[in-house]
Ligand binder design. Structure first.
Ligand code: ZN
Length: 160
C-alpha cells in the first residue's frame, strides 16, 4: 500500500493529489510529454536532484502513469513512456498552464504555447483548438516557444 497523505478525505481531488500532488510529479509528466524519455534528459530539462527524480519516477511507474522500458541491457538503461492514465493528465496540465499564464504572467508574455500539430491553432484552456475547433488530446498537440521564451520560435519542441 502506498503512503497516503489524505486518508480521511473521501474526495476525488484528494485521490488525484495522492497520485500526482508531490512536488515535481506533474513537471516530470510534462517533461515526458515533451519527449524527454531518459533519466538524463529529464534531469537536464528540470534541474532536479537525481535522488528526487529517481523516487518520483518510481512512484509514477508504481501508479501506472509512466511505463519503464529497457533500451539497453548492459548496463541497464530505461526510457519512460506515458500510459493512457498518464496521457489523460494532459487536460489538467493545459488548465494549469493557462491558470499560471493568467495569474502569474511573465511580463514578456507566455514562455510556452500549446498548439494543434495539424493546423497550428492555439489550444484553449479546455483543450480545444481555437482555429479548427477540434477537441484535442496530448497526441494532437505540441509545445512551441511563446513570446516570453528565451529560445526564439524557430527552435520548436515536440510534445508527446
Ligand atoms: Zn486545429
Amino acid at each position: 500500500m502506498l503512503h497516503r497523505d489524505y486518508p480521511a478525505l473521501d474526495c476525488s481531488v484528494a485521490k488525484a493529489l495522492e497520485v500526482i500532488g508531490e512536488r515535481w510529479s506533474l513537471l516530470i509528466v510534462r517533461s515526458v510529454m515533451h519527449g524527454n524519455r531518459r533519466f538524463g534528459e529529464m534531469q537536464e530539462s528540470l534541474g532536479i536532484a537525481r535522488n528526487v527524480l529517481s523516487a518520483r519516477l518510481q512512484r509514477l511507474v508504481d501508479e501506472e502513469i509512466l511505463e519503464r522500458r529497457a533500451y539497453q541491457e548492459n548496463p541497464p538503461r530505461y526510457e519512460y513512456f506515458l500510459t493512457q492514465k498518464g496521457l489523460d493528465l494532459w487536460p489538467a496540465l493545459i488548465a494549469l498552464l493557462n491558470w499560471g499564464d493568467r495569474y502569474s504572467p511573465d511580463p514578456e508574455g507566455p514562455r510556452r504555447l500549446i498548439v494543434h500539430k495539424e493546423c497550428g491553432g492555439t489550444v484553449s484552456e479546455r483543450g480545444i483548438c481555437e482555429a479548427c475547433g477540434r477537441v484535442l488530446t496530448a497526441r494532437d498537440a505540441k509545445q512551441v516557444p511563446g513570446p516570453g521564451a528565451e529560445v526564439k520560435p524557430d527552435a520548436l519542441t515536440t510534445a508527446v
